[in-house]
Design a protein around this ligand. Sequence first.
Ligand code: ZN
Ligand code: ZN
Length: 351
Amino acid sequence: MNATKHTFDIVPDEPYIYEFTDQDVVLDLHGISVMLNYERGATEPRFRHAKLIKVATTRDFETARGFQTIDQGDLAPRTGLLFGKYPPSSNEETVPDLPSNMLAQPVPPGLQHLTPKQLETYYWQARNHEGCYDAIALFQYFIDLFPASTRLRVRSVKNDSPKEYYCLADARTIHEFELTDQLSLNMVSVLPERVTYISGLGHSTCHAVLGFAPPGRGPYFPETVLDLASLQFGETGRGFKGRGTFVLEDTEEYVSRLATFSRAHNFEDSTRSERINEANIRDNVWLVTLAVKVKERWENGQFVPWCDHCGAPPSLGHRLLRCSQCKQVYYCDAEHQLSAWPFHRHFCQTI
Ligand SMILES: [Zn+2]
Ligand SMILES: [Zn+2]
């Protein structure tokens, strides 16, 4: 077996040599992110079995019942989402919560014309409220299930060219920073308890992402940023070319993107750590269970594929569509294929 030598700087002053072998597990960072987010969204405890009842946007935010009680300042845009959480019938108990089944039935007035993309944004805007820590914890619990030698294949697109490198899965860093004066306000309420989550109201918001770097460059100065909760900030948090449901891109691009989230940020001075602070995690048992499930799905991927846009598995009576060009990735439908294409086209032949 051939071993390739790479130097890693786990922390800047502690470089060490790690030997990769052909036997090491290699996880595709984009692929696992898609699936980790799918499983997190589908069973998010705060929104489990919650259906969307009402949406208020900047235009009608102040007049829509239920959203007028907060001090709105001069913020724009504003989004208000009202969900209703009622006990599911016995045959609905295990059904995943998805953008496609999020609307209350019959569809409430005013929501009939929402597009699948708008529903997807609202779905994630609600779930990603303080979701960055959950997302990072889930990522960590997932990687913990693999051997220490596990590698990540990190793919991104920069200046219309594909970029790719491999790094040790453990050589990642959590970057925690402040967004000052967020540029959007989101209010999400869940009935019947009327639990309310408001984002963007205070002077500053804390946000956390994962940083990765190729061998030889410490992840303390990441080359690539993975923000699994970016849709908290609405459409501006969409991935490559405004399509994806999370962000995986060059640090430079991510830093310019932050200007669309808030007036100022301190990303350069972010607090860096290797492990999540468990005190920030609401429900470890839920996340560990999901991590185990995603590991199984990853390992069975050859037999049971997943949608490369949203991470969904095939469902009963519904096969996924395969990319006819590379025959390596799958999609729920033409819409998800289209959403994934700006990114996938750069890797379609090489995957
Ligand atoms: Zn899909
Ligand atoms: Zn393809």
